[in-house]
Design a protein around this ligand. Structure first.
Ligand SMILES: Nc1ncnc2c1ncn2[C@@H]1O[C@H](COP(=O)(O)OP(=O)(O)OP(=O)(O)O)[C@@H](O)[C@H]1O
Ligand SMILES: [Mg+2]
Length: 390
C-alpha cells in the first residue's frame, strides 16, 4: 500500500501538539509516549519524503525530538520553567517574569555534548574558534600578550546541510557555555511588531552570562526585504540587531561569541558583515575528501559488524559521496542501512543471521537520493566569495 503522506503528517502534528501539552503540564508519562510516537513518525516521514527539503526538515525535527527525549530520560523536562528543569528548585518570581518574555527559552540550560572533534572539515571556522575563543580560556597569559579582546563574530554561509548549525553547537559544547539558538524567521513570524524588543531582550539576557554564544540562524531573514516598500519593520529589526551587536562585547575576560548563518549571503545587508559586526565571513561548503573520509570512518566504526567483510569499501564511499553535504551523507548511509534491514526482514533470515550493508544497498540509496545542492548554487557561492556582483 502506498505511504499515506498527508495522513501521517497529520498524525505527526497531532503527536507533537499532544507532547507539548502533556509535558507543559508535567505529565511526563504521556508526554514521553506522544514524543516517541512523534519521533517514529518523523522518521517515517523523512524516509518516505520525495523531496530533499522535506527529508532535511524531518531529519532536523527528529534530532530535536531525540534531544528532548534524552533530557526527559535524565529527569529534566525542557517544557517546564528553567530552574525546576535543572535542579528541581522552585522558580523565582524574576525568572517567571523572564520566562513570560519568552527570552530565557532561547537559552539552553545545558551546553551541548557535541565538540569540535565531532565536526568534519570546516578548518577555517575551527581555527578562528581555537585562537580567539578557546585559547584565551586555556592560556590567557599567551593570548592577552598579543590580543586584547577574546571572542568571535562570525558569519557562516553556504549550502544547506554542510554543518553551520552543527559547528555552532560544537563551539558551545567546547566552551561549556550558555548558548542560544535564535531562528530569525521565527522571531519575525511569532512576534510581529515586537521583534526588535525581543532581539534587545535576548542580548540583555546574554549580558548576564560570563561566557555566552548567540547563534542567529537564517540571519538573511532580517535583511532581505530592506529595500522593499514593506521594509520598515525589517529595517527596525536590523537596526536594533546592529546596535545590540555593537554593544555585545567581552568585558574583562568574559567571552562573547556571536555567530550568524545563512544560505543566502548575497541577501545580507552590507552593514551586517563589515568590521566590528559579523566581521569574519566564512564559507561552509561541501565536505572535501578528508571530511568525507571522516564521515565514512565514523559510519563504518559505528556499525562495524554490518560493514566488515562487505563488498562496500570505504574508498568507494568516499569517492561516490563527492558532491553531497554532511547531512546528505548521513541520510544516504541511513537509507542504505534501511535497505539492508528490509532485505533481512523480507528474506526472513533465521535469528543470528544477517546481511552486510552491501554496495548494492549503498548504490541504490545514493541513486534514490536527490541532491539539493546544485552546481548552479555552488557557482553562486563561489562568485560571492570572490566578491563578484550577484
Ligand atoms: N561538517 C560536518 N561535520 C559533522 N556533521 C555534519 C557536518 N555537516 C553536516 N553534518 C551533519 O548534518 C546535520 C545537518 O547539518 P547542519 O544542520 O549543521 O547544516 P546547516 O549548514 O546548518 O544547514 P542549513 O543551511 O540547512 O541550516 C548535522 O546535524 C550533522 O549531523
Ligand atoms: Mg542550519
Amino acid at each position: 500500500m502506498a505511504f499515506d503522506y498527508p495522513g501521517k503528517n497529520r498524525a505527526y502534528e497531532a503527536a507533537l501538539s499532544r507532547t507539548k501539552e502533556c509535558l507543559s503540564a508535567d505529565d511526563r508519562e504521556n508526554g514521553l509516549l506522544f514524543l516517541e510516537k512523534a519521533i517514529s513518525l518523523s522518521d517515517e516521514l523523512r524516509v518516505n519524503a520525495a523531496i530533499a527539503e522535506f527529508q532535511a526538515r524531518f531529519a532536523k525535527e527528529n534530532a530535536s525530538l531525540r534531544k528532548i527525549k534524552a533530557l526527559l530520560e535524565e529527569g529534566k523536562n525542557p517544557f517546564l520553567k528553567k530552574t525546576q528543569a535543572v535542579d528541581g528548585a522552585p522558580t523565582s518570581k524574576d525568572e517567571e517574569k523572564k520566562e513570560g518574555d519568552s527570552v530565557t527559552g532561547f537559552f539552553s540550560n545545558e551546553p551541548p555534548k557535541t565538540t569540535l572533534d565531532d565536526v568534519a572539515g570546516l578548518e577555517a571556522v575551527k581555527e578562528q574558534i581555537r585562537i580567539n575563543v578557546l585559547l584565551p580560556l586555556k592560556d590567557p597569559e599567551l593570548f592577552y600578550r598579543y590580543k586584547s579582546d577574546a571572542g568571535a563574530r562570525i558569519c557562516m554561509y553556504g549550502p544547506p546541510g554542510c554543518g553551520k548549525s552543527f559547528v555552532a553547537e560544537a563551539i558551545a559544547g567546547e566552551l561549556k557555555c550558555h548558548y542560544a539558538v535564535i531562528l530569525v524567521p521565527d522571531i519575525l513570524d511569532k512576534y510581529v511588531g515586537e521583534a526588535p524588543k525581543r532581539i534587545k531582550a535576548i542580548f540583555e539576557e546574554a549580558e548576564k552570562y560570563e561566557n555566552v554564544l548567540l547563534f542567529f540562524d537564517e540571519i538573511d531573514a532580517m535583511c532581505s526585504s530592506r529595500d522593499s516598500d514593506e521594509s520598515t519593520h525589517t529595517k527596525d529589526i536590523l537596526t536594533t540587531f546592529l546596535t545590540c551587536m555593537s554593544g555585545f562585547k567581552p568585558k574583562g575576560k568574559s567571552l562573547k561569541v556571536i555567530i550568524g548563518a545563512t544560505n543566502r549571503p548575497w541577501a545580507l545587508d552590507s552593514a551586517l558583515i563589515r568590521g566590528q559586526r559579523l566581521d569574519t565571513a566564512i564559507y561552509v561548503g561541501l565536505p572535501d575528501e578528508k571530511a568525507r573520509q571522516f564521515f565514512v570512518d565514523k559510519e563504518f566504526a559505528k556499525h562495524k559488524e554490518a560493514y566488515e567483510g562487505s563488498d562496500l569499501t570505504k574508498e568507494y564511499c568516499v569517492e561516490a559521496l563527492d558532491g553531497f553535504s554532511g547531512a546528505d551523507i548521513k541520510t544516504i548511509f541511513e537509507q542504505a542501512a534501511t535497505r539492508t534491514l528490509r532485505r533481512v526482514l523480507d528474506d526472513k533470515l533465521p535469528k543470528g543471521q544477517y546481511y552486510k550493508i552491501a554496495k548494492a544497498d549503498f548504490d541504490a540509496a545514493l541513486k534514490a537520493h536527490h541532491n539539493p545542492v546544485t552546481a548552479e548554487s555552488l557557482l553562486r557561492y563561489a562568485a560571492f566569495e570572490k566578491g563578484m556582483p550577484q
